[in-house]
Design a protein around this ligand. Sequence first.
Ligand code: MIC
Ligand code: SF4
Length: 654
Amino acid sequence: MGKTIAQKIIAEHLVSGEMVKGSEIGLRIDQTLTQDATGTMAYLEFESMGIPRVRTERSVAYIDHNTLQSGFMNADDHRYIQTVAAKHGVYYSRPGNGICHQVHYERFGIPGKTLIGSDSHTPTGGGIGMLAIGAGGMDVAVAMGGGAYYIPMPGMIKVELTGRLQPGVSAKDVILEVLRQLSVKGGVGYIVEYGGPGVDALSVPERCTITNMGAELGATTSVFPSDERTRGFLEAQGRADDWKALASDADAEYDKVIHVDLDLLKPLAACPHSPDNVRPVSELSGTKVDQVCIGSCTNSSLTDMLKAASMLKGRKIADNVSLSVSPGSRQVFSMMAECGALTDLIDAGARILECACGPCIGMGFSPGSGGVSLRTFNRNFLGRSGTKDGQVYLVSPETAAASALTGFFTDPAADSTASAISVPAPDISVYDVPENFRINDSGIIPPLDEADAADAEVVKGPNIKPFPETHPLDHVIDTSVLLKVGDNITTDHIMPAGSRILPYRSNIPHLSQYCFEVVDPEFAERAKAAGSGIIVGGQNYGQGSSREHAALVPLALGIKAVAAVSFARIHAANLVNAGILPLVFENPADYEKVQQGDHINISGVHNGLSESRVVMKVTDDSGNVTEIPLVMQLAERQKEILLAGGLLKYTVSR
Ligand code: MIC
Ligand code: SF4
């Protein structure tokens, strides 16, 4: 039987297991990336393993999330990451050099290689033909140390693209259409592969927009072929030698195939508060807009910037709109400056932010109360913008620019004469852009060589606290349900981000007071008072970000287990790595039978591990007892990790 692209890369990197859907496989990892919001933990974990130098082909530490630097905390984190990277063989991308995923595919991504990153949008690299997967910090630490990365062998979904994108329609609309069809759960357990005649017409940055937001499908990753477009992109980055062709076999088999006809696609928007709540922009037209943000790792390539700039050129944004633009990298920024697009944006009234995540992670630029914000980003979860009642819509750069001009939701593909303010079609040919990218790697600091590294000091400021102690799994879990939540709980609910909290990503004790704040402000206090407990969740518990803080903070608050209808992949792995037991309702309807405050008893947990099943005795307020069977969807290795007391203890003990 023929292979898909992903299966070929997996086969080349397989170190353990069999490529049978659902069974655990171990992969050799060629490259890793970290960003600062998850990186400090990942490097503390790496240091604790006592390995002097990373054993990957390339590891890069990016600073892009916490660049606000109010107070000493962020700057201390940056200094820690810079010094620890230099000492252990990791390249360091300075603050201001750009967003990790954008810079990585520009300067380091290589078709056919494996990459794991402590950020859920690591699959962006699939646009250049990498097998790029988001993971928790501990998994990245282990991979830096030369260890394999383990996942359940994914199934394969193919997205067959036909036709060509029409003017005003964008790669963002492609992935929004896929989200509309598959939903935020539709990709769980799968790799999404793009193919068909429509692929040729998409540039590498466009492909990266699509693979980036594959994270929102819950997919393990997404991947495009590596073809002549990929070769051209790498040549223009001065990296022609990194190219290799990658395609699926003609008889490769997929579990599911979906279709997107690019000719028929129209501009789309994901409405509050979920990336799969997708509607045509035309149906929203006329809604007043308060804020427009262009940027983030989804849409901050040079082409994205030029498209928006060409539409704003010689015009002025509406008085009721505040427009921010954050270029994805220093390369993008400098090329915008050189060709005049930056001036056009400034003249039109844009507020230029630095090359970083910025508003995407709630680092400033929150909308006003109830404000409608159109963002070219990838997540519109409740409260993520920093304004709880903010109405965030995810759109393409074209829709963003058109709406910034009119002040209302505006379809960039519609007949512009129909609206009072004329909206031009994007036309990047107005800018004279050189064929090759401008290469200036001064924002990337290579590590010290081995001789100098031995005596190099790693600087840790006072905000950098050790990660919490993990414990071997209890044989009896006798405690109470501290919190019951519904479906699609995100890691932004469990451990919020934003400018108030992000500076403390290296300080778990401080962070713990914000755990579940948006759902239940009393949760942290209740947990501290109780000393231990479990959480009950609905479907797709822990979707969204890869932040292991969403496991480490509950760990610090005494959470022993999470019982849910189903889990998002990275979060479930993070719970195990932290020594917290993820349990799945054998009968999903039993979710209704357990309430917050109920007393629970799970005895024989260790024996249960061997059968992958336990029974939870639930006693309610009035003393009624119900027995609920729960299953463990765990690989043998994960059971050993739980018994050892978390991934680090397990790794060190071997
Ligand atoms: C995000 O987009 O939510 C983040 C911030 O990039 C996270 C990482 C984090 O939580 O720090 C992610 O996607 O993994
Ligand atoms: Fe940064 Fe936003 Fe991308 Fe996360 S999704 S890496 S916060 S730009």
